[in-house]
Every structure is written in C-alpha cells, then in structure tokens.
Write a protein that binds this ligand. Sequence first.
Ligand SMILES: Cc1ncc(C[n+]2csc(CCOP(=O)(O)OP(=O)(O)O)c2C)c(N)n1
Ligand SMILES: [Mg+2]
Length: 401
Amino acid sequence: MADLPDAATCYELLAQMTLIRRFEEEAGRQYQRAKAGGFLHLAIGEEATIVGTTSVMRDADYLIGTYRTHGHTIARGTDPKRVMAELFGRVDGCSGGRGGSMHMFDRERRFMGGYGIVGGNLPIAAGLALASEYRGEDAVTVCMFGDGASNTGNFGETMNLAALWKLPVFFLVENNLYGMGTSVERHSAQTDLSKKAEGYGIEGTRVDGMDVIAVRDAVREGIRLAREESRPTLLEAFAYRYRGHSAADPEVYRNREEVEEWREKDPIETFAKRCVDADVLGEREVQEIRDRAEQDVKEAVEFADASPEPRLDTLYESLYVLDSAAGWYAVDERSPEPHRGEREEEAMPDTARELAEAGAAYGGQPAGPHPSQDGPDDAGRQQAGDAETESEPEVAREVDD
Ligand SMILES: Cc1ncc(C[n+]2csc(CCOP(=O)(O)OP(=O)(O)O)c2C)c(N)n1
Ligand SMILES: [Mg+2]
C-alpha cells in the first residue's frame, strides 16, 4: 500500500470526497422532489477515482468527462452552489442553467464538460491536447470515460490519433463494471480494459479506484508521461456506483449482496479510518469535515433555490444549432434576413412565450420526422400546431437514456 501524504493533503482529499458524496446524496433527494429536471446520474462510490485524479492535476490542465460529472466539476474547483444551481436549471448554474446534470462546464477551471454522448468526449480530448501542443502550452488533457465507452468507435479513432501524434493526453477509464445494465463481461470481448488500446500503441495499467492514494500515484505517473514525454497512456480504475445507472434504474442486473460487498470497501470510510489509524488525522477533524460538507451542501441548495430561472426571452441565446427540434427552426433557413426564433431579445413577450411553449410541447411528443426531411416549414409548423391543441403539454421525465 502506498504511503499516506502529509496531513494537510489527507485532510483535503477526505474533505473533497466527503463534500462530493454529500452533494450527490442531496442532488438525488432534490431530483426526487422535482427540483432538478432531465436525467440524473450519480457517481456515489466513485469519489476516490475522481478526487485522486484531480488532486494531481495542475490548474492549467484540462479535464473532460461524461454525464456523471457533478463530482468532477466540484473537484476541479467549481463552487458547489453553482453546480447545484445548474441541476436546478437556474441562471447561476455553471452552464447558465442550460445544461443540467449531464452538461456541467467551467471553462475558467478548464473543466470542459459534461457530455451526454457515450464516448463523445474522447475525440474532443484529443483535440484539446492537440490545441495545447499547437499553442506551445504545457497543459495535459485528462480524459475520463466509462467502461461502456471503450466499445465505441470514438475510442479506437482517438487512441490511434493520440498515439500517432504523440498528444499530451491521459486516458482514464472509470470501470464501474457496468454500462447501464450490461456488465463488462457481456459488453466487451476484452475484459482487461487497460489492454484495449495496446494495438494502437498505448500502454495501460490498472488501479484500485476505491483507493484515493493509489489513484493519485497512478494518475500522477500518467500525467507525467503525457507532459514530459508526450506519451498517452490508459489507466483502468475499478470503482463501483452504489446507486442505479440513473435515477430511473430498476437494477435488475445486480443483487443487493454485490452492492453491499462494495460498500464494505467504501472509498471515504476506508480512507478516513486509515488516516485516523495512522494518526494523520484525528476523529475530531473527520467530524469537522463531515459538518462542513453538510453546511456547504445546505448552502448550495439555498443558493440554487434563490437563483432565478433564465429569462424566457433568452431561450435561444448560446445555441449553436437550432434546428434539432421542430418548432425551433431558425438557422436551417438560409436567407439573410432574421427568421422566427432568431431575435427573442427584441420580440414581444407573447412571441417568446409562444415559441417556448411550442418547443416544450414538442419535447413531450413521440419522435416524429425531422423538420429538414420534409422541409422545415411544413413539418415544423405541423408539429408545433399539433401540440398547441393539447390542453397540457406532457412533461418529459426520465424513462431511459
Ligand atoms: C453514443 C451513445 N450510445 C448510447 C447511449 C445511451 N447510454 C447512456 S449511458 C450508457 C452506458 C455507458 O456506460 P459506461 O460508459 O460504462 O459509463 P457509466 O454510465 O457506467 O459511468 C449508454 C449506453 C448514449 N448516451 N450515447
Ligand atoms: Mg460503466
């Protein structure tokens, strides 16, 4: 077992893991109370992998993750208040309330998201690393993704280019044994995921992702190789999510005993005990950390509750592509004059509301033809028109993702 670092570092590691755990427990509770919309994926049980990794990153390094990244955002230094406000869809959220649980983002702290597309963050990580190299920055990009993501085409494509171009990137697969309800044995021909990039020239190692110190040491070396030798490597960290894949998971693929077995190895409890047994931290300090986390999370909820919802007339701000939902067609029309949906700031409040309601109602519809298939005008107006005849737009809640 690797040696413990100094007391101040141990305190900080334990404090971060404890805060993330409390934050996510509360996020789950707030979700049940319908304070947070959309999907909610909790990483409870995976805190040592998260904190072990970020604790050896420099401020200038980039981190990019998946849709299970509340903890990663907090560990990167974003105020939990802003993370909770994002879950609540409020203006003070770290993505302005536009992203929600799956799309945390903090450019200032170089946390580059937050992606809902499994494996979608991998090529972006290579792009970030390429940009750093191009600009002569000393930064390393750390890319974290799930075991399921290692099966995507993006994985192979990214590994190939990262190795070929010797990019300053470090890959970490958070192996929590399942991709949704499918175990690694049932979804991957190669179950030793650390070997999965070997054919591309990327070496891999494995680490106990429940041990924050072991993760720190393994990640430190991976980052060093990326920074000093431009050598990308892959680390497989074994961890376990105690909660379901998302808030709507009947968990038929595993039994209670398995979850209990992993709880015995809880990354926070075992680390706290180790620190106390080694006299590096006292019981009093451990309690102080718990109380502080409790208080921070309470304040985060209060802050999020008090933060306003984004103004309706800002609905179309910060959108890159608008033509993905019928009723919200604006940039798929190519003529130069402004079109419906483009000038909400200047529109009368009624127009903004009408557009927002059409879009929200469409969100509750079964998937129909994309507007561009039949021409934006016909299909788009048809869908929006249909929705208007319904008395109450159906609110889309999580069923599956
Ligand atoms: C390209 C793509 N395919 C499928 C999905 C649906 N989906 C969402 S999460 C998930 C499981 C991914 O598992 P893993 O990579 O192990 O990450 P974990 O959820 O365990 O953290 C799937 C299949 C998706 N979001 N994107
Ligand atoms: Mg997984």
